[in-house]
Write a protein that binds this ligand. Structure first.
Ligand SMILES: Nc1ncnc2c1ncn2[C@@H]1O[C@H](COP(=O)(O)OP(=O)(O)OP(=O)(O)O)[C@@H](O)[C@H]1O
Length: 248
């Protein structure tokens, strides 16, 4: 579905990544995990068109594109809700800019509010609800974009542990119930092991893929299996080694 090849980006004469390749397959949950400052957000900036790559190609459904700006939905660590709009109005923003029939969009948003446990809060302003509810509203807005690919940049990192656990299951719904393909950045190894089908371990800057791990097994259930615990140790060790030998 998405393939990047030979992607390079240089800041202040220092390569953040160079010759970076990545393929994301349809309906998979791909997760990128790597040390702080390795270049993950810069990769997303290049993918979403915030900044141009110095070299390389982005292929979407096998056709070359400049970026994924209009092709992928994007969810950020901060909910980025507009404070003067209600939760429902916030979720309808993609439909307003996309000139979708608003009556239909409203009915679709109401269904998503119900599915994500936000029924009854449609008229609340963002400051009147919890961080977890705001992030669920951001998830509704992401789904309202109607894009097959969703880019998630540490979407749960600002939340407390319990809220985070609840929202992890909702992220899995994006894949199973809403048929989305996901590419997510996280710092949390447990979260990566819980959610990923394809897990990419990244090196310190200049960023490269150290290893791709294909994960199997029932997602919510697999986390405490001996295999996954051993894998967690291995990942911590590999990421730690790379930081020790990297450019930090
Ligand atoms: N606009 C910019 N100008 C100069 N350097 C930049 C710019 N944006 C990012 N960088 C540098 O590029 C490197 C990668 O930054 P980036 O934010 O992509 O890392 P990251 O892996 O997302 O980090 P974190 O996990 O901490 O969010 C860092 O060294 C950063 O200082």
């Amino acid at each position: 579905m998405l393939s990047v090849s030979g992607l390079s980006k240089v800041f202040d004469q220092q390569p953040v990544f160079s010759g970076f390749d990545l393929t994301v397959t349809r309906n998979r949950f791909a997760v990128l995990i790597g040390p702080s400052g390795c270049g993950k957000s810069t990769l997303f900036d290049v993918l979403t068109g915030v900044t141009a790559p110095d070299e390389g190609r982005i292929l979407w459904q096998e056709s070359e594109v400049a970026h994924l700006g209009d092709l992928a939905a994007y969810m950020h660590q901060k909910d980025l809700l507009l404070p003067w709009f209600s939760l429902l109005e916030n979720s309808l923003l993609p439909s307003r800019t996309g000139r979708e029939d608003l009556k239909q969009a409203r009915s679709r948003a109401m269904q998503l509010f119900s599915r994500l446990g936000l029924s009854g809060y449609e008229k609340y302003l963002p400051y009147q609800v919890s961080g977890g509810m705001r992030q669920r509203c951001a998830l509704v807005r992401t789904l309202m974009f109607n894009r097959d690919l969703v880019l998630l940049d540490e979407p749960l990192s600002a939340l407390d542990a319990i809220t985070r656990k609840r929202l992890q299951s909702l992220l899995l719904l994006l894949q199973s119930e809403f048929d989305r393909t996901l590419l997510m950045i996280t710092h949390d190894v447990d979260e990566a092991l819980l959610l990923a089908d394809d897990l990419y371990l990244l090196s310190a800057k200049p960023m490269r893929i150290i290893e791709k791990i294909v994960l199997h097994g029932d997602k919510p259930g697999r986390l405490n299996t001996p295999q996954l615990l051993a894998m967690k140790d291995m990942i911590m060790k590999r990421l730690g080694e790379d930081i020790d030998h990297g450019s930090f």
